[in-house]
Ligand binder design. Structure first.
Ligand SMILES: Nc1ncnc2c1ncn2[C@@H]1O[C@H](COP(=O)(O)OP(=O)(O)O)[C@@H](O)[C@H]1O
Ligand SMILES: [Mg+2]
Length: 475
């Protein structure tokens, strides 16, 4: 329950924005813990009288010579021109892990002029891009010293083109005598070494595909980093798929479980949510399994961690996907997992949407041949369909010597399965799936007397989960 009027949480966020402090930094100034500031900003607790006085003092000093507070953080469009530039967003929560990815990306960003971080909504693209750039800047690397962050993920009213939102962030004013594009190019020429971070580019893909090429051609020192659910498809674009958070393997020992990024994120958010919560109180394997089942998707892990105040970890594991359907009001700002998935799905071409729906019938990772049977097309067409879904991060690839396999995390499979139901395609594709696996089982059985017993056993073993779901469906 909110025990704090929302205005206090807003005031605090505004104060931090004005002072340019992270939650950690503000916590240090006030001599409280990071989790405390986080709870205040989430409206879950109130500061003591002494701390409230210290906050009021900070506010008074911040507003000396500045605009008075006017409700929530000003929207991008209302900011005066001189304040529109740069500024990476201030993180509202602690950053967890990702050391390998940060190192890899930092290298990539210094080498490539156009880098796109690709992944589904909630994969951690924005967080990772911002953190990489922030660290580059802190390290005094040339690549991060002049940064302009352009948030494009959320639509603005009235709708505006990406070019005009970019121009605003660059501080380029609308002038009748000079076309906007020309003014923008002139502004870029005056900032060699600038790094543009275009965040959430998926809704402006076509426009940006053209614009980005022009900007890069006109400003030789310019670097662009894009985060998007789909690739831009521009020559020279280096696409980097944002991997899921590192999850512990099934047989991992407790320390290995506890040190994986996904489990650390769960524990961090659970502790912010429930101050008494301790990692020692929960069975580490249950949390490891939970994170694996959520496919290491940071947004899903954060949302599910919000349930620790109400349910035990074992109950959360049992209910997981169902719980995600019930994102509580106000969770993660207004981000609901179902909305994020739906918005990502809407960005797929109709053919890709259909492929995704059909592939949701697989209970376990599948090969190209398996996929072909269920989609009902030839091998090259099936391979192209899988590639589209891999590129958009709906499918993960498990590399093998002979053949790769593809897997869909449970939340995506559940979502795609629901779309399959909506589209009235379930019976038809279930029948195809059943026929394929019963043929496979019959062939394997007939090889049992022959020379390839091992191969047949391996194929049956790999098909066990699908055979079981097929039998259940048939029954
Ligand atoms: N490495 C991380 N450490 C802490 N929180 C993270 C991390 N990666 C993602 N998150 C959190 O997960 C949620 C989704 O991440 P975000 O970067 O917004 O995803 P995307 O941009 O891919 O939609 C956010 O609340 C974000 O703060
Ligand atoms: Mg984002």
């Amino acid at each position: 329950m909110d025990s704090e009027p929302p205005s206090f949480a807003e005031r605090l966020r505004l104060l931090r924005a004005r002072l340019g402090l992270s939650q950690e930094q503000l916590a240090r100034r006030l001599s409280v813990s990071f989790a405390t500031v986080n709870r205040w900003e989430a409206g879950r607790s109130r500061p003591s009288a002494r701390t409230a006085a210290a906050i009021a003092e900070l506010e008074a000093s911040a507003s000396r010579g500045q605009r008075p507070a006017q409700g929530p953080e000003p929207a991008e469009e209302q900011e005066p021109a001189e304040e529109r530039t740069a500024r990476l967003p201030i993180a509202q929560s602690s950053f967890v892990g990702r050391e390998r990815e940060l190192a890899e990306l930092a290298g990539l960003l210094t080498r490539s002029r156009l880098t796109s971080l690709i992944g589904p909504g909630g994969a951690g693209k924005t967080r990772l891009a911002v953190e990489t750039v922030r660290r580059l800047a802190a390290a005094g690397s040339g690549a991060g010293s002049d940064v302009v962050f352009v948030p494009l993920e959320r639509a603005v009213q009235p709708p505006r083109s990406a070019a005009s939102r970019l121009a605003a962030r660059l501080g380029v004013r609308d002038r009748r005598d000079v076309p906007q594009q020309q003014a923008m190019l002139a502004a870029l020429k005056g900032r060699p070494g600038l790094l543009l971070l275009l965040d959430g580019a998926e809704h402006h893909r076509e426009e940006l595909a053209g614009l980005v090429g022009e900007l890069l051609a006109a400003a030789p020192g310019l670097r662009i980093v894009v985060t998007s659910r789909v690739i831009l498809g521009v020559p020279g674009e280096v696409c980097w798929a944002v991997p899921p958070l590192d999850c512990p393997p099934v047989a991992a020992a407790a320390p290995e479980v506890a040190s994986s990024d996904a489990v650390r994120l769960f524990i961090a958010r659970a502790t912010e949510r429930l101050p008494g919560f301790s990692a020692a109180d929960v069975p580490p394997h249950a949390v490891g399994e939970l994170c694996r089942r959520l496919g290491g998707l940071p947004l899903a892990i954060e949302l599910i961690a919000g349930w620790v105040g109400t349910l035990s970890v074992r109950e959360i594991v049992q209910q997981r996907v169902a719980l995600l359907e019930y994102d509580p009001p106000g969770a993660q700002g207004s981000r609901k997992l179902a909305d994020v998935l739906r918005a990502s799905y809407d960005l797929l071409e109709p053919g890709q949407q259909r492929t995704l729906r059909l592939l949701s019938v697989f209970a376990a990772p599948f090969s190209l041949t398996d996929a072909q049977a269920v989609i009902g097309v030839g091998e090259p067409a099936a391979a192209a369909a899988l590639r589209g879904l891999v590129d958009a991060s709906w499918l993960a690839v498990i590399r093998g010597v002979e053949q790769n396999r593809f897997s869909m995390v449970e939340i995506i499979r559940t979502f795609a399965g629901a779309r399959l139901q909506d589209a009235d395609e379930t019976a038809q594709v279930r029948r195809r799936h059943a026929r394929y696996f019963s043929d496979l089982a019959a062939r394997a059985a007939s090889s049992f007397g022959g020379p390839d017993v091992r191969g047949a056993t391996a194929r049956l073993e790999a098909a066990v989960d699908d055979l079981r779901t097929t039998l259940e469906w048939a029954a």
